[in-house]
Design a protein. Structure first.
Length: 312
């Protein structure tokens, strides 16, 4: 082979390599005999996988857009959160329908809704001018100055000596009871190692996604079910203004801390994050969906004055 043709071949190979790196690989979806599908490493062995995966429509540049300020020097978890940890964590739930249910619009909306909760709960944007208050999601990965020990007496999940149960994670987890319960759910011993949620971003997202995919009570929807409307509200639900939509996800996750109190700030801030992400993802806030707020909703599970553990 002449020098020229070798150079040409080398050039061609570089070009091919560039194409394969730059273009989104079209993931091959394999239909299985039982009607389920495998869609690459992200989604395996369920009907939900037949429609593709989250990285088909939500890519690293979009994550960077949504959480643009998280690595600014004044942020509190610089270098901690990244796209990969979100996608890896989501692989535990994509086959169950997270980000893979319905048409493309619904799939994108669910990711925006979940991340809207995350952004609102981890923002340090209040009073910060640069980029506006909504640009500062994923600024924290743990509570900065815990005001209490978050330890409540519990037989199943007793507090472990030396462990602290202050808020940590993408949708912060508080209290020994919640660390224990969620740890059981994701099969990681968070009761003994609550610190994992501020050390490992994949686990932090996984814990939040577990909450998103899990009902809090019998015959109640998970936030996922309430959002994609895999749920038929009962007469009671309807009478108490609980319907499918973003509002019900707040009701399930935060109960009367946020819902049933009119248009209070903590609720509005959460809605604003969801809508900001819809805009940035190119869907636009006009796609927010019905029942966006929970201002009039009675809580599914009212918090009782004691034990306080029920509050989060
Ligand atoms: C797959 O996509 C189609 C068309 O967008 C949608 O109607 C259907 O509900 C989706 N299937 C699942 C299992 O989400
Ligand atoms: C974080 O947790 C994930 C999921 O358990 C695990 O695969 C990964 O190795 C952990 N990362 C680190 C740096 O420990
Ligand atoms: C419906 O609400 C009523 C009154 O609050 C209550 O007594 C009843 O048990 C509820 N029914 C269901 C199925 O939750």
């Amino acid at each position: 082979m002449g020098l020229k043709s070798m150079a040409a071949l080398a050039l061609l190979m570089v070009a091919l390599l560039a194409v394969s790196v730059l273009s989104t690989p079209d993931i091959e979806i394999k239909k299985l005999k039982n009607g389920n599908c495998d869609a690459g490493w992200e989604c395996c062995g369920s009907k939900s996988c037949c429609n593709g995966t989250i990285s088909d429509y939500f890519q690293v540049y979009q994550f960077e857009n949504l959480f643009a300020k998280r690595n600014y020097p004044i942020a509190h978890a610089v270098g901690f959160w990244d796209y990969r940890s979100f996608i890896v964590a989501s692989t535990f739930y994509q086959h169950l329908g997270f980000g893979t249910t319905g048409d493309k619009k619904m799939k994108m909306k669910e990711v925006a809704a979940f991340l809207g909760h995350v952004g609102a709960k981890t923002s340090c944007g209040y009073g910060v001018a640069t980029g506006g208050p909504l640009a500062w999601g994923l600024c924290y990965n743990h509570e900065m100055s815990p005001s209490q020990s978050y330890c409540t007496e519990n037989l199943k999940y007793p507090c472990v000596d030396g462990a602290d149960y202050y808020g940590r994670g993408a949708i912060p987890v508080y209290w020994n009871t919640n660390y224990g319960r969620i740890g059981d759910g994701i099969k990681i011993d968070l009761l003994h190692h609550p610190e994992y949620l501020e050390q490992n971003a994949t686990l932090a997202f996984q814990a939040a996604l577990y909450e998103w995919m899990t009902p809090k009570g019998k015959k109640q929807p998970s936030p996922h079910d309430a959002f994609v409307c895999n749920w038929k509200p009962t007469k009671n639900d309807t009478a108490e203004h609980r319907q499918c939509g973003f509002g019900a996800t707040m009701n399930i996750l935060y109960s009367d801390l946020i819902c049933g109190q009119g248009f209070i700030d903590p609720m509005n801030v959460m809605i604003s994050h969801y809508q900001y992400y819809l805009d940035l993802m190119g869907l636009g806030r006009e796609e927010s969906g019905d029942n966006l707020d929970c201002a009039l909703q009675k809580p599914f599970n009212p918090t009782t004055p004691s034990p306080p553990a029920a509050a989060s």
